[in-house]
Write a protein that binds this ligand. Structure first.
Ligand code: NDP
Ligand code: 2IT
Length: 451
């Protein structure tokens, strides 16, 4: 007889046939919390799984704007308000041509459990558009953001739903979005996070996802009496998360050797130093160029067009670009070449087969919803500062981030006891993070009745 979680997975599969990423995320969570569901009958009795896989509200809207040639363009905008059991909806906005409802539902679903793990009172949501910021002028990005916010503003608010950045949405976009929100609503509130320091942002928020992911790796290594000193590390992506992952790895004595974008990757066997990273930040955040230029500028590096970095020998890997960037084959290659730790900066960067490879190889594997939760956790700290109308120092915020990542690690480590394969030498952090994240949301849903 099919188990409770299998029955719900099958119904999600039947109802959402054209949303493969959403189904993948649901399968990853539901198939691993079975031991808890068996031990605690209340979740099935209250139909928690049937309810938790259905977004509370999904908004889809037209975003018309005018390009620099005066032509009319139309994009699709989304906000998936997934679950508000433990706080206002919270999660980023993604602007990328690949964005569709299924991708935002996977991201929103993950966000529910991630936000629960942070220990802060935040529900889960995600939004965005199929708008492609690449090659657009600042004026075009501004007009798009203003049109997007003209509709979104009626659905969000500091106590309702608090968006932030994700792929393609950084400080520039948050600025334009905030400006339009303030103008339409005539209120200056913490309705978005990732704001600039001058107008309500938090120190360390730009750094938080990358720094937090490395702190999580540090915590996993400590369980084996090890640290990052001298470790050769692969990093993918070259955006916000990748940049600050490299920075923290350098501070802790590791040797990051790769970066990538959607066109290819660079390998710098001598190591990406802080000076080289500063150059990358200027390339990516100011000139908005391609990572291929790194190898033209630094003779120690080579560029590999159309490839991902996973065949470079390493000790640790930090996938920080996008979903499904490591498949089963690539996971096997990583491990064959010496990789003993994977900490996921991106959301769902490893496919289900790849996760199976990590687990059977018994490496230290920090799944995304735990390892990259530092970004949204620091967004939560930005919300607290906005509510207090106060700003904390860099040291205060970093110390809070560091402690939150330790708590997330320890909570996942503790709940990993539910996994059949957890032993004194191996921790199944997938089961640990999913169960720890689920319990708080599910119990809150039971407390609040059938809503
Ligand atoms: P950015 O837009 O700053 O950078 C994204 C990077 O990933 C770029 O280098 C981009 O390359 C690359 N990339 C994007 N899409 C693809 C693709 N389809 N194939 C290959 N490479 C791709 O985004 P972030 O750094 O903020 O986000 C990176 C990942 O981290 C995402 O999975 C995001 O969901 C996740 N994340 C982000 C958080 C945050 O606070 N920002 C928090 C937690 C998770 P290119 O320039 O060619 O597009
Ligand atoms: O995936 C994520 O956690 C984010 N993009 C950050 C969300 C947030 O609200 O800071």
């Amino acid at each position: 007889m099919a188990s409770y979680s299998q029955k719900v997975i099958e119904s999600v599969r039947a109802k959402n046939t054209n949303e493969p990423e959403f189904l993948q995320a649901v399968q990853e969570v539901l198939s691993t919390i079975e031991p808890l569901l068996t031990a605690e009958g209340k979740y099935e009795k209250h139909c928690i799984l049937e309810r938790i896989v259905e977004p509370e509200r999904t908004i889809i809207f037209r975003v018309p704007w005018t390009d620099d040639q005066g032509r009319i363009q139309v994009n699709r905008g989304f906000r998936v308000e997934f679950n508000s059991a433990i706080g206002p909806y919270k999660g980023g906005l993604r602007f990328h041509p690949s964005v569709n409802l299924g991708i935002l539902k996977f991201l929103g679903f993950e966000q529910v459990f991630k936000n629960s793990l942070t220990t802060l009172p935040m529900g889960g949501g995600k939004g965005g558009s199929d708008f492609d910021p690449k090659g657009k002028s600042d004026a075009e990005v501004m007009r798009f953001c203003q049109s997007f916010m003209t509709e979104l503003q009626r659905h969000i608010g500091a106590d309702t739903d608090v968006p932030a950045g994700d792929i393609g949405v950084g400080g520039r976009e948050i600025g334009y979005l905030f400006g339009q929100y303030k103008r339409l609503r005539n209120e200056f509130t913490g309705v978005l996070t990732g704001k600039s320091l001058n107008w309500g942002g938090s120190l360390i928020r730009p750094e938080a996802t990358g720094y937090g992911c490395v702190y999580f790796a540090q915590n996993m290594l400590a369980t084996r009496g090890d640290n990052l000193e001298g470790k050769v590390c692969l990093v993918s992506g070259s955006g916000n998360v990748a940049q600050y992952t490299v920075e923290k790895l350098l501070q802790l004595g590791a040797r990051p050797v790769t970066l990538s974008d959607s066109n290819g990757f660079i390998h710098d066997p001598d190591g990406i130093t802080q000076d080289k990273l500063n150059w990358v930040m200027e390339l990516k955040n100011v000139r908005r160029g391609r990572i291929a230029e790194y190898a033209e500028h630094f003779s120690t590096a080579r560029y590999y067009e159309g490839q991902r970095p996973w065949n470079v020998p390493c000790d640790c890997a930090f996938p920080s670009a996008t979903q499904n960037e490591i498949n089963g084959q690539e996971a096997r290659t990583l491990i064959r070449n010496g990789c003993r730790l994977v900490a996921e900066g991106a959301n769902m960067p490893t496919d289900l087969e790849g996760i199976g490879v990590y687990l059977s190889s018994k490496i230290l594997y920090g799944p995304a919803k735990a390892a990259n939760a530092g970004g949204v956790a620091t967004s939560g700290l930005e919300m607290s500062q906005n509510s207090q109308r106060l700003g904390w120092t860099r040291e205060e915020v970093d110390a809070k981030l560091f402690n939150i990542m330790k708590n997330i690690h320890d909570n996942a480590f503790e709940h990993a006891r539910y996994a059949a394969d957890t032993t004194k030498d191996f921790t199944n952090y997938v089961v640990g993070a999913n169960i720890a994240g689920f319990v708080k949301v599910a119990d809150s849903m039971i407390d609040q009745g059938l809503v």
